[in-house]
Design a protein around this ligand. Structure first.
Ligand code: EPU
Length: 368
């Protein structure tokens, strides 16, 4: 979906990235860094910029260590450095085959390695924040390569400094992950636990089994790339799960209860999100606001397999998809007072075109 790039370049090494900066500067056009393109909505009018795809390749062992922000000292580590242009799932497959634990639950996610730190890719109980030891990037201000420690990236739920204070400042060229050789798989997401049905007290399942189970779960929700899947053309989750401060969450819960959308005895899906915050399920809120799976809006629609994915059913325009996104957002806001924030990058739109979608919530105060 969406229109063309004004300029497009691929950079196979850091020197080519710097050359791209110069090209954009000389022509006075902005630079937009593209990863695998799996988490974008591109405007129909296209992108008036130099679109740069970083193709830096290579996977190398960078020695042992005990890094990895937030993974809490669980045994020895192997440091694996991957070029930003490596396919994310190829790296996960390699880690699983080698017996390096730490990213097995992130199986089946499309896109490139270099994009994963930006929004702190996460699924099924893991986030890349748990294993990123270092991010290598080129600073656009100086053209110099810098190494940023994982713990300095300000990772949060689908969030990092790269999306905020550092927006547009760095082009990521490589990421080093601290993985646990021979380590146990992470099986903490309830849906994954059910899919694995491990015997109580038994050995943890092999990484390969966890990878298989995660891919099967994702496939069931049309969240793996499959050209034959009618729900396949999406950017994954279109909205983030709203994470509310305790007071705002209590208000939302009261509005949901008052709206009469709960079956007798039904609990609202909600999860503790740290510092007293509560994460609600965007998919659930969208459904209860009256948007069923399979809802259509022209050639755009809601996936028949997961309410959080907006799909191009064939020939949809970006404008059509945004109209649907607005309808959904407005519906959830009117009904429950919760403002949903899009998860994919909206690229090439005039600020006025998308302000109402990305702006902060009014009443419910969707804080971060
Ligand atoms: N639910 C519904 N309807 C649906 C799907 C889900 O009501 O159609 C409710 C159910 O209550 C369910 C709950 O939502 O128990 C959670 O559903 P799911 O496990 O599918 O997770 P999610 O919160 O909808 C998030 C990520 C996904 C990630 C899964 C698994 C976000 C925005 N999305 O989805 O990430 O794969 O968890 O960890 O956090 C993505 O970011 O693009 C993405 C696919």
């Amino acid at each position: 979906m969406g229109g063309p790039a004004r300029f497009f370049a691929e950079a196979a090494d850091e020197a080519a990235v710097v050359e791209a900066f110069r090209f954009a500067e000389a022509r006075g056009v902005p630079l937009f860094v593209l990863g695998g393109g799996s988490n974008l909505l591109v405007a129909d009018r296209g992108v008036d910029a130099l679109v740069l795809r970083v193709r830096v390749r290579g996977v190398a062992l960078a020695g042992g260590g005990d890094g990895g922000a937030g993974d809490g000292g669980r045994g020895p580590r192997v440091l694996v450095r991957a070029g930003a242009g490596e396919g994310w799932d190829d790296l996960v497959a390699r880690a699983v085959a080698e017996g390096w634990a730490g990213v097995e639950c992130l199986s089946g996610i499309p896109g490139d390695v270099g994009a994963t730190p930006i929004q702190n890719v996460g699924a099924y109980g893991q986030e890349v924040a748990g294993t990123i030891a270092e991010v290598r990037a080129i600073d656009r201000a100086t053209g110099a390569a810098v190494a940023i420690a994982g713990e300095d990236c300000g990772f949060g739920y689908r969030d990092s400094r790269f999306k905020r204070a550092w927006r547009g400042r760095y082009v990521i060229t490589a990421v080093t992950f601290a993985l646990r050789p021979g380590g146990a798989a992470t099986v903490r997401y309830p849906e994954l636990q059910r899919a694995l049905t491990a015997p109580p007290g038994g050995a943890p399942p092999p990484l390969a089994e966890v990878r298989r189970a995660v891919i099967a779960l994702r496939r069931g929700k049309s969240m793996v790339l499959d050209p034959a899947d009618e729900n396949g053309r999406s950017a994954g989750s279109f909205f983030m799960n709203p994470t509310l401060e305790a007071g705002a969450a209590a208000g939302a819960v009261a509005r949901i209860e008052a709206a009469g959308v709960l079956a007798p005895g039904e609990a609202i899906p909600r999860y503790p999100a740290g510092e007293g915050r509560v994460k609600l399920s965007a998919a659930w809120l969208i459904e209860r606001a009256g948007f069923a799976k399979g809802t259509r809006h022209g050639a755009a629609g809601i996936s028949t397999r997961h309410t959080l994915a907006l799909v191009n059913r064939g020939g949809a325009t970006a404008a059509e998809l945004l109209e649907l996104a607005r309808r959904v957002r407005r519906g959830v806001l009117d009904r429950f007072g919760v403002a949903l924030t899009p998860e994919p990058d909206l690229v090439g739109f005039a600020p006025g075109d998308v302000d109402d979608l990305v702006g902060d919530a009014p009443a419910a105060g969707q804080g971060r």
